[in-house]
Write a protein that binds this ligand. Structure first.
Ligand SMILES: Nc1ncnc2c1ncn2[C@@H]1O[C@H](COP(=O)(O)OP(=O)(O)OP(=O)(O)O)[C@@H](O)[C@H]1O
Ligand SMILES: [Mg+2]
Length: 271
């Protein structure tokens, strides 16, 4: 499999903070992967390397290659990667209507602007995506007057307009209530089934879909563990990662984490 992402010896700063010091990581195209780690471990920074919002300090031996290529026209790259993040959600133009949010994906813009023109095909595709994501009634509603879950769906629509092969999701269910989180995860699982590769960054165990094959654990900007889901996602490893006693419980392929230091009388369903 060719590489989706090939990072070699990358040193990356956010402001004056060194987040990565010589990070090396390769992710193959088609391999659904989660980057999991505590707050501040560098997950979002890693995704920003992928979307070219951040660059490493240039050195002879370092590179960040995407789809096997060092240099990218950012527009072409954005058509291959669909991104939904909480940064984008927070910063997105509150006046844009639901349809405009999705349309803006064609220009990778934040909101829709008077100088931008959209073809009938682009408008029809955006309307179809609103329908597919179950929110056609939001077409005329301003983004700023929508719930977190509604905004998240529209941003997913925005990410899908180019039918990208890869979806990059930064904490996709944060801020969503239970049904909204479950519905959102279902939508993501459907997208995986249609052949999209998912690269997910999170510190929430429950939002890791069963289809995720590879788990990269990050801690303080370093790779703490990396491997197959069944080897890496264990109570023992996660307890070491988060420096807290954690017990993982699995149900229908999905995981949930619990504090492990309570009197353990076994899991039971609360009726
Ligand atoms: N804009 C910024 N300026 C300076 N430092 C930053 C900036 N953004 C992030 N950092 C720092 O970079 C480090 C990595 O942050 P990052 O956002 O990648 O972590 P994260 O793993 O995504 O955390 P979270 O789970 O809270 O989203 C942290 O120490 C953070 O304080
Ligand atoms: Mg983050």
């Amino acid at each position: 499999m060719p590489s989706l992402l090939d990072i070699k010896k990358a040193t990356v700063y956010r402001g004056a903070t060194p987040v990565f010091d010589g990070l090396t990581l390769e992710i193959a195209e088609g391999c659904h992967t989660v980057i999991l780690g505590p707050n501040g471990s560098g997950k979002t920074t890693l995704l920003k390397l992928l979307t070219r919002e951040l660059y490493p300090v240039p050195t002879e031996e370092s590179h960040v290659r995407l789809f096997g290529q060092d240099n990218w026209n950012v527009w072409e790259l954005r058509a291959r990667l669909g991104l939904v993040s909480s940064d984008l959600q927070q910063d997105y133009a509150p006046w844009a209507t639901g349809l405009e949010v999705v349309l803006s994906g064609f220009r990778a813009s934040n909101g829709v602007w008077p100088h931008q023109e959209f073809s009938d095909a682009e408008t029809q595709r955006s309307a179809a995506l609103l329908k597919k994501l179950g929110v056609p009634r939001l077409a005329d509603r301003p983004y700023g007057a929508m719930s977190t879950g509604q905004q998240r769906r529209l941003l997913l629509g925005r990410a899908l307009v180019h039918d990208p092969g890869t979806l990059i999701l930064d904490e996709p269910t944060t801020g969503l209530d239970l049904p909204a989180a479950f519905q959102y995860l279902d939508v993501i699982r459907d997208l995986i089934r249609t052949g999209k590769t998912v690269l997910l960054a999170t510190h929430h165990i429950h939002e890791i879909p069963p289809e995720i094959e590879r788990v990269v654990l990050l801690k303080d900007g370093k790779i703490f563990a990396d491997g197959a889901r069944s080897t890496v996602l264990t109570s023992r490893t996660l307890s070491r990662l988060f420096e807290a006693p954690i017990e993982l419980v699995q149900m229908n392929g999905c995981l949930q984490a619990f504090p492990a230091d309570r009197t353990n009388s076994g899991a039971r369903t609360i009726g």
